[in-house]
Structures are given as C-alpha cells and as structure tokens.
Design a protein around this ligand. Structure first.
Ligand code: AP5
Ligand code: MG
Length: 229
C-alpha cells in the first residue's frame, strides 16, 4: 500500500471536516473521521454506540482502545478493497497515546508518509461557528454546513443536504457545555501532540483556519507542494 496520510489536528469547529470534504472532492483523497465513525455507531445502536453515547454527547474523549479498533477496522476494509491514494485522518490522533499507537501501527508500512496539519483558530471563533453548525443526518454523508446567514457554507435549500437531499440536523455535542469540554480537552492535549511530532522529526504544517475555506485549501496545497486538482 502506498499512501500519504494527512493528520488534521485542530480544535473543534476549526474546519477539519470541511477541509477534508474539499480534499475528497478536488483531489480524490479519502477521509477517515473518527468522530463520524463514532456518530455512525451511535445511530446504528451498535454495542460500541451504546458505550460511547454519553461520552460523545458530553464532549469527552472516547477510550484509545475503541478509537484504535475503529481505525484499524477502517484501514483493513480499505486494504481489502484494494483502495489506494492519500488518506486524511480527521480528528485522529488527538492524544499523544494515540499518536504513539498510530506510529507503531504504521511502522510496518514503510511506504506511508505522515503529514501532520494543524488548523489554527481562536476559541471565540470556534464557539461562534459551532453554535450555528448543522450536518447531514445521513450517516454515510455527514456533510457539514453553517446556518449563519452570511456564511458561504449554507445549504442551497434550507435544512436539506446539497449532496444527498437528506435533512440537516444540529449535532448533539454542539451546545455550550459540551463545546467547552471539547475545547478543554483540545487544549489539554494539543501541546503534547505537537511536542510528539517535533520529537519524531515530523514537521507540522500550520494553516490559518480563520480564512475562508478556499484560502485554507490553497494554503494547504501550497505548503505541501501538491497540484491543486
Ligand atoms: P469530531 O467529530 O472529530 O469533532 P471535533 O474534533 O470536535 O471537531 P468538529 O467536527 O466539531 O469540527 P471540525 O474541525 O470538523 O469543523 P467543521 O468542518 O465541522 O469528534 C467528536 C467526538 O468524537 C469527540 O468529542 C470525541 O468524543 C470523539 N472522538 C473523535 N475522535 C476521537 C479520538 N481520536 N479520540 C477520542 N475521542 C474521539 O466546521 C465547523 C463549522 O465551521 C461548520 O459550520 C462549517 O461550515 C464552518 N466552517 C468550516 N470552515 C470554515 C471557514 N474556513 N470559514 C468559515 N466557516 C467555516
Ligand atoms: Mg468534524
């Protein structure tokens, strides 16, 4: 398997999912969002879904073992399909213990190159964005929108997904208490993750996530030296 792996690090609401969508559409990359996988488990009421429901709703991190299991399962499924090409890890790893585990997991794949990408956004902007986010309720889609009137990310039709026509819903963890917990957890782990990549000699590319999405995308492409589409 020959893959570039882009690790999207950044606070909740910094645009990891939106930028992933853009890269999937323009570059044909694949997105592995551990958050999307968790929400899918909850919606399907699997055993894992029942275990993680409370944690997700309150904005707390899920145990490493469950998250790593989901990541391994996803990678094995893609390998079995013979799928190739670049992959975005959206929201994984988000603790240094997960970064270590990923490093070990990928050590056997000599032809996989990791690119940590850090989306930088203030807490104030995170809260402003998340209080007006909606997502597609279809779990195999989960496309992200904004309900802010002046946003470029509004759906064409009110509360309907442009992509698959399903209704849009608000995320259950996009309320103030859970947002504050997610931000707290992000701040708790961010520096140790950055230190980890520094120690293993992996430069972290920083993006100004405050800019419009097109500019964030262009900054990514320029900094990693990839053709635009
Ligand atoms: P996850 O789903 O990953 O949530 P998150 O990290 O909190 O990030 P978000 O999805 O909220 O934000 P985003 O950065 O994707 O922003 P988005 O593109 O949507 O994880 C959820 C939960 O799952 C965690 O709390 C945890 O419980 C669990 N979990 C997941 N991974 C885990 C792990 N590895 N370990 C343990 N637990 C884990 O954009 C937000 C809004 O901004 C949208 O409205 C969008 O339209 C708008 N927007 C985006 N970009 C721009 C822009 N450039 N300008 C203006 N608006 C923009
Ligand atoms: Mg997301």
């Amino acid at each position: 398997m020959n893959r570039d792996i882009f690790i999207f690090l950044g606070p909740p609401g910094s645009g990891k999912g939106s930028l992933s969508q853009r890269c999937v559409e323009k570059l044909g990359w694949q997105q592995l969002s551990t958050g999307n996988l968790c929400r899918d488990h909850i919606a399907r009421e699997t055993e894992i879904g029942t275990q993680i429901d409370f944690f997700i709703k309150s904005g707390k991190l899920i145990s490493d073992s469950l998250i790593l299991g989901m990541v391994q399962e996803w990678l094995a499924e893609k390998a079995a399909q013979g799928s190739q090409g670049s992959v975005i890890f959206d929201g994984f790893p988000r603790a240094v213990s997960q970064a270590h585990a990923l490093h070990e997991l990928l050590a056997e794949f000599k032809d996989m190159q990791l690119y940590p990408i850090r989306l930088v956004l203030s807490d104030e902007e995170v809260i402003y964005r998340l209080l007006a986010r909606s997502i597609c309720q279809n779990n195999s889609c989960q496309r992200v929108y904004s309900l802010h009137k002046q946003s470029a990310h509004q759906p064409a039709q009110e509360m309907i997904c442009d992509e698959c026509g399903s209704p849009l819903v608000r995320r259950f963890d996009d309320e103030e208490t859970a947002i504050h917990e997610r931000l707290r957890s992000h701040h708790e782990h961010e520096q140790s993750l950055l230190d980890f990549y520094h120690e293993v000699g992996q430069p972290v590319v920083e993006l100004n996530a405050r800019a419009p999405l097109n500019e964030v995308y262009n900054e990514l492409i320029t900094k990693i030296g990839h053709p635009r589409e």
